[in-house]
Design a protein around this ligand. Structure first.
Ligand SMILES: [Mn+2]
Length: 314
C-alpha cells in the first residue's frame, strides 16, 4: 500500500497534514515526520502541518495556514480515521483527503483510507515505508518518527511491538535520531505530575472481578495543576502491570462536563465496549467519551461482566 501513499504525494504541489486533537507523540511525530519525509525526498512541494498544540510541542511547531491554501491541495490525515476527532476541520476544503492510520476504527470520511492495523504507530508505518522505498530520512525527521514509535509502543513495551518495531527504531538511529535527547524530553516530568501518579497509585479502586479504575472529578486537575489529558491518557497506566488486574480504566471529567474513558486490557480485547459507547481505538487500548457518571458505571459493569463471563467459561 506504500506506493499508493507515495504516488498520491507525488501528484500534489501543496499538502496539508492533519492528525487527531489532543495530539500524542505519535500523532505529532508522524505528522511532522511525514512533512520531513516529503521535504527530504520530493522537490518543489509546499507542506504544512496544522492542529492544536500541547506539552508535546517540543517535537515541532504547527503552521498557520490560510483557507485558500487548501485549494487544489492534498490533505493527509494521520493517526485518526474518525471525523469528530480530527484537529482543524478544514481538511474538508482540500481537493483530496488521504488517511494513514493504525487504529481499528473504520474511516467515516476521506477519499483514500490507508489502514495498517498491525503497526504499533503511524510513525512506524512511515518509517517502514521509507525503508522499503529507500527514501531519504534526515536526522531531524528521524527524531520525529522515533518519538512516535517510542511513545505509541510504551517505550517498546506494548503487545504489538515486534521485529519491525526494532528494525524501524534501528534504522532511525542510523539516520541520526538522538535517543537520549528524546528520552530526556519525554520522561523528565514535573513535580506535580509525579505527585499525581502517587495519588493514582494510592487511590484506585477495583470491581468485583478486578477491573481497576479511577473516577476523576474536575477538581483533581486544579489540585495538581494539570490538564484533562494529563490525567486521562497520562495516568491510565498507573494501574497497568498489576498481578490479578486484567483490565483497568480511567474516567476523567473534562472542562465541558463530558467524561473521557480510557480503557486498557492485558490480553482480553475490550475495543467493542469502547465502540458500544461511541469510541474505539486498539483491541487492548481504547477509549470513549460519555455524558454522565451513570454511564461510566455502565462501562465499568460491561468490563466487569466481560471478566465474569471469562471466569464462567473457564
Ligand atoms: Mn498512533
Amino acid at each position: 500500500m506504500y506506493h499508493i501513499i507515495i504516488d498520491k504525494i507525488k501528484q500534489y504541489d501543496k499538502i496539508v497534514i492533519h492528525r487527531h486533537k489532543n495530539p500524542d507523540l505519535d500523532a505529532l511525530g508522524s505528522q511532522l515526520g511525514l512533512q520531513g519525509i516529503i521535504y527530504d525526498n520530493f522537490q518543489g512541494k509546499e507542506v504544512c502541518v496544522v492542529g492544536d498544540e500541547n506539552e508535546f510541542s517540543f517535537i515541532g511547531a504547527m503552521d498557520q495556514v490560510e483557507d485558500a491554501f487548501y485549494h487544489d491541495a492534498l490533505a493527509i490525515v494521520v493517526d485518526v480515521a474518525v471525523k469528530g476527532l480530527v484537529s482543524d476541520h478544514r481538511y474538508q476544503y482540500a481537493k483530496e483527503v488521504m488517511i494513514i492510520d493504525h487504529h481499528l476504527n473504520k474511516n467515516d470520511f476521506g477519499d483514500l483510507w490507508c489502514s495498517f492495523t498491525d503497526h504499533i504507530a503511524v510513525a512506524q508505518i512511515l518509517t517502514h515505508m521509507a525503508i522499503e522505498n529507500e527514501l531519504n530520512v534526515s536526522p531531524d525527521t528521524a527524531n520525529k518518527l522515533l518519538a512516535g514509535i517510542i511513545s505509541d509502543s510504551g517505550r517498546f513495551f506494548y503487545p504489538s511491538v515486534n521485529a519491525i518495531t526494532f528494525k524501524c527504531a534501528a534504522f532511525l538511529i542510523e539516520k541520526g535520531a538522538d535517543l537520549q535527547a528524546l528520552y530526556q524530553n519525554m520522561y523528565n516530568e514535573d513535580l506535580n505530575y509525579k505527585k499525581l501518579k502517587g495519588h493514582f497509585i494510592n487511590h484506585f479502586k477495583t470491581t468485583k472481578n478486578n477491573v481497576a479504575y479511577m473516577k476523576n472529578q474536575n477538581n483533581l486537575k486544579t489540585r495538581y495543576k494539570v490538564s484533562t489529558f494529563a490525567v486521562s491518557r497520562g495516568m491510565v497506566n498507573q494501574m497497568a502491570g498489576i498481578e490479578g488486574v486484567p483490565i483497568w480504566a480511567n474516567f476523567t471529567e473534562d472542562d465541558d462536563g463530558l467524561i473521557l474513558c480510557e480503557l486498557r486490557s492485558k490480553e482480553l480485547p475490550i475495543v467493542n465496549i469502547a465502540k458500544k459507547y461511541g469510541g474505539g481505538g486498539h483491541a487492548l487500548a481504547c477509549g470513549c467519551t460519555v455524558n454522565s457518571w451513570d454511564e461510566v458505571d455502565r462501562v465499568l459493569q460491561d468490563l466487569d461482566a466481560l471478566l465474569e463471563s471469562r471466569h464462567i467459561n473457564g
